[in-house]
Every structure is written in structure tokens, then in C-alpha cells.
Design a binder for this molecule. Sequence first.
Ligand SMILES: Cc1cc2nc3c(=O)[nH]c(=O)nc-3n(C[C@H](O)[C@@H](O)[C@H](O)COP(=O)(O)OP(=O)(O)OC[C@H]3O[C@@H](n4cnc5c(N)ncnc54)[C@H](O)[C@@H]3O)c2cc1C
Length: 455
Amino acid sequence: MKAVDVLIVGAGPAGLSAAAVTGAAGLSTLVIDEQAAPGGQIWRAAEAVGADPVRHAALGSSYRGAMAAIAIARQHARFATESEVVDVSPDRDVLWFDKTARTLHQTRARAILVATGAMERPVPFPGWTLPGVTGVGALQIALKQGGMVPDGPVVLAGQGPLLLLVAQQLAAFGVPIAATLDVASAFPSRTALGALPGAIGADPGLVAKGAALAARRFLSGSAYRDIRDLEAVGAGRIEAVRFRAAGETVTIPTTRLAVHDGVIPNTQLTRLLGLAHRWIDGQAAFAPQVDADGLSSRENVWVAGDGAGIGGAERAAAQGAATARAICRALGTIPAAGDAPRGTGARTFVDRLYAPLPVSHFAADDTLLCRCESVTFGDVRRVIADGATGPNRVKTATRCGMGPCQGRICGANLTRLVAEETGRAPRDVGALRIRPPLKPLLLADYATLAATDSA
Ligand SMILES: Cc1cc2nc3c(=O)[nH]c(=O)nc-3n(C[C@H](O)[C@@H](O)[C@H](O)COP(=O)(O)OP(=O)(O)OC[C@H]3O[C@@H](n4cnc5c(N)ncnc54)[C@H](O)[C@@H]3O)c2cc1C
């Protein structure tokens, strides 16, 4: 078995800045990421975007600092891209799969840094599994990854800063936006306004950017507010979106609907590792419990970036570097000096302004909750009424969360639905247990381990 001092999962801003610190301090550092290149979500395909004038003109402002961060990390660490971590033992033996070579590898690490970032919160509603319906983040991934532009006007629905940003990016690619369906009313809540002065004080640039993007959407002339009863309709693929606004039912023909309700920490790996988690009310999601240095409930397993609680890219980078310095000290090495981790900036305001929708805001009883196993909200409600008390009991009774995605898409919503139905707090309801492998593998892939291990 191969061995490294530090194994970092995730090559986004957090993982990159951490790799630069541990590598420069002389610790052997391996960074594993399932994407084809380092950069994470915000800097996805950075090198390719930089080399493509069209993509660079439309997306470039999000990539500030990307090339330098990637170059510095590359100097100090080894990278395994197109590679996914599929299992980790309590002794920090990490099993990872190289998707290009189709080979499985095992590496023992003295310390593991989980920097697996965020994922879009899945939003279930009638018709959400029809082809042509995606998350807003998924549309952005297509733009960043390959400059793939939707082939017709797009309807955007939901809320959040990423929705506003992607609207601007689509417009920069020349994609018409047929309508924006905002779930919020025109006026921010009092609790959101209460957090505004703090946000302006902490990050005036971010607040100004958000306000400009929101104003631009509002002035675009095709914005609906406070929408209800969202539905995608069509035979075989989406043909129209239907919803209620200002007491009227509105139908807009479209072949593309992208929906968004914020992002949540990606906790598949931290839960597979059996780390203690906490429930973050403002983000309606679990995140691993870490101390001020990023140390989790397990010895020499650390977490940084959006995977430890949503805080944005700049904070992720600062947290990655600070956590890496703590890892160096824990492994007996003296790191270069650096800044203390940043505060939460404008996050409280953002969380309150875009307070997550209740899980069944749009969903009817026959709406799918688990897409892999075709389990509906009604199926889950029935087994809860029959006595299932938690997500794992629901899983046993319905197969919800048992499909190839391992509960990645339905898990967070299942916790919230059980909480809603039983009147308990999500933190008491708990989450699905995660089983390896995190991503589907063939038995033949497992068989490659013997060869790679002895190589
Ligand atoms: C779809 C999406 C789009 C976003 N777009 C923007 C944007 O345009 N602007 C912005 O400011 N913020 C954006 N965000 C928020 C954003 O992710 C950040 O705040 C920032 O990138 C967080 O940095 P990070 O290092 O914590 O994680 P990330 O940048 O998310 O990096 C995590 C990395 O971990 C890898 N990973 C996860 N699990 C595994 C595994 N098992 N094996 C191997 N690799 C793994 C992922 O491939 C990813 O590259 C987006 C979030 C999402 C979900």
C-alpha cells in the first residue's frame, strides 16, 4: 500500500490552498479530485476556460486568482484528477478510483483533509425528473466545463445568489431568459434586514454585487415573484412550466427549466467516515462538527471549505490554508506563517434573505423524492404513518436512498420530510447511513486493486 503524509479530497479553493501549505512545509501531499482538472466548483475547468476566449469573456470574473492558486498547489503537491474517493477506513486507508485508467488504488494517510465542497440542494416538484429540467448549478457546470449553451430560452426558478449569477452568465453567452420565477416576495424579511448592516460591514463588495445582480433580474421585465405550485409539464420531456403568481395560474412554454434553492455541504464522505455532524438551521443542512482548526471528531481527519458549512470561495481558501497549518503542527512540522481564518462575512444575511424553502413547498404526494428508486413523498409519508421513525427505517421500508447515488440526492430532503411529518427537529431525526463505495464501481474495478497495490 502506498503512503502519504496528507491526503486531500477535493481540489477547490480549500483543497488547493491547503495543498500549497502542507506541501511547502515538506509533507508529502496527494490531492484527489473527481473532476478532470483542479479548481473545484467556482474554478471548474479553469485552464480550459482561460484558453477559450468565448468562455473567458463570459465567465472570467469568477476565475480571479484561479490560475495562481492551481500553479502554486501543483508546485507543492501531487494531483490525481478524474479520480474519486470511494471508501476510507478508520485507519485512514483511502480507496480511490482512477476513472481514466479504470484502476483502484489504496493510500494510507497520516492526515486526511476533506475539502469536498458543496452541492446544490435538490428541489423536488411535480415534473422535476423530466428531461430538460436541471439545477441552475448543473447549467453552469455545462457552461464552464465545455461551453455548452442551452439550445433555447431558459426559465429560471427558485432563489439564491447562484441563480442570479448564472442568469448573468447565461446572458453573457447570449442565451435568452424567458422568465425568472422568484419564490421570494419583493421585500426582504425583517430578520434578513436585521442582518444587513453586519453584512455591509463585513463584505460591502459582495452585498453591492448581489444587489446589482438582483436589480438586473428584476428590471429584466420577465420576473415573477412569490410563485407557488411550480410544475414542469410535458410528455417525455419538459414542454412548459406552470405555476401560480399573484392569484393567477401562468403557463410558459419552454424546453429548459433550471431550479435553485441554495447549496448545502456535501457530506457523503464525512458521514461515511462516521464523523459527528451538527445541523445548521439557517442552511437547513447537516455539516461535520469541527473545532476552530478544522479538526473533526476523528483523530487526524480535518474538514475545510464549504463542506464544513457554506461560507463561499474566499472563506474556503482561507480556511483551507489555516487548517493545513494546523495539520502541519499535528504532524510535527512547522508551517509558514499565515492569516487567521476569516469570519462568516455576509453569510448570515444571505442565509436569511434566501431562507431555504420547506421540503414539501412544491411537492405533492405523488412527487418523486428518491429519483434512483422511484420513491414518492406519499410512499415515505405512508411508512412514517406506519411507524418508521427515521431515515434509515424509511430506507429499509421503501428503498429510498438505496440507489446508485447512495442517497446523495434524496438524503437531505428525506431528513427534512421525516422531521416535518413527525414534528421533530432535523438534528434529532438524523441522516441516512452512507455505505461504500460512494460512487458505483464494477467488481472488475475492485479486482484491479491487487495490481495497483503491488506496483
Ligand atoms: C454547482 C455549484 C456551482 C457553484 N458555482 C459558484 C460560482 O460560480 N461562484 C461562487 O462564488 N460560488 C459557486 N459555488 C459555491 C462554491 O462551491 C464555493 O463557495 C467554493 O467553490 C467552495 O470551495 P471548496 O474548496 O470548499 O469546494 P469546491 O470548490 O466545491 O471543491 C470541492 C471538490 O471536491 C471534489 N470532490 C467531492 N467529493 C469527492 C470525492 N468523493 N472524490 C474526489 N473528489 C471529490 C469535487 O469534484 C470538487 O472539485 C457553486 C457551488 C455549486 C454546488
